[in-house]
Design a binder for this molecule. Sequence first.
Ligand code: AMP
Ligand code: MN
Ligand code: MN
Ligand code: MN
Length: 306
Amino acid sequence: MPQTNDSKWNARNRISGLIVADLHSHTRASDGSLEASHLLEIAQARGVNLFAITDHDTVASVAAGRAAAAARGVGFVAGVEISANWQSLPIHVVGLNIDEFHAPLLDALQGTRDMRLLRAKAMGESLAAAGIEGAFEGASALATNPELVSRTHFARHLVQSGVCGTNGEVFSRYMKPGKPGYVVSEWMALEAAISLIHGAGGSAILAHPARYDTAALGGTDALVSGFKKSGGDAIEVVCAGHSPSDWANYAALSRRYELKASIGSDFHSHAESKVRIGDLPRLSPSLVPVWSDWAITESLFSAHRK
Ligand code: AMP
Ligand code: MN
Ligand code: MN
Ligand code: MN
């Protein structure tokens, strides 16, 4: 009997069940410790078949990631994790399945990186005023991309120079709002980040929503509904910053606000990341995955469509 009674929906759903996705990761182009090719080697070894590189405010590793993914037969979409502000709160918006050559996006990311360099210098001055000399130079020496000296690089430097025992300690003593090394940044507005991602043909995803301190701004519900109203497409439901109870909470918010669901390890390095690439539970089939309308899933799994 030919399988003629399968609806398109069922076919899509079956394709979705075959996808093992990890859609949030960092390379040395931002604050990750590995090269793109190394991430793809790990992704393939762990059975991931849909992967994205989402460096902070740069797409510099996307080409290398795409080439490595093609060589290994791993599905790949270009990504970026944009630093943005929702009201006064710094948040991260992941753009996935973007055209990484879209000029307005590249121009805006360049502007953010220019600002990051000034910010890093100001962080160094702020730490010097608190008695810690040479932190900008130390952090810069650990960064591959001179335009991307992030708080992570400061944290690594302050651990290596013995000021603190762990990156977490650096963040709580020096890198959080109100602490001596913290510098307030004028990131682009959430709406601008979303519209740049849409202009580049991509999907806009609210990264690790449980990680933000939204208490003074109406709580996580206000953030998620604000993200939806601003035109966002999806939220990360299963990700490194989330506990199992967060998975359930954000699955419910994904359904309530009709936002698609994404999944990603947010891998930075073997030493620092709690979650390994591909080492996350699958998204619940009750959620609409962020990749549901991406052409790549059709072509990757076309053999299973009939
Ligand atoms: P930046 O983009 O320069 O503000 O740096 C933010 C990065 O710092 C995040 O992407 C994480 O990789 C890292 N980070 C944030 N909070 C912590 C923390 N509490 N402990 C360790 N790393 C953190
Ligand atoms: Mn990071
Ligand atoms: Mn982030
Ligand atoms: Mn990230």
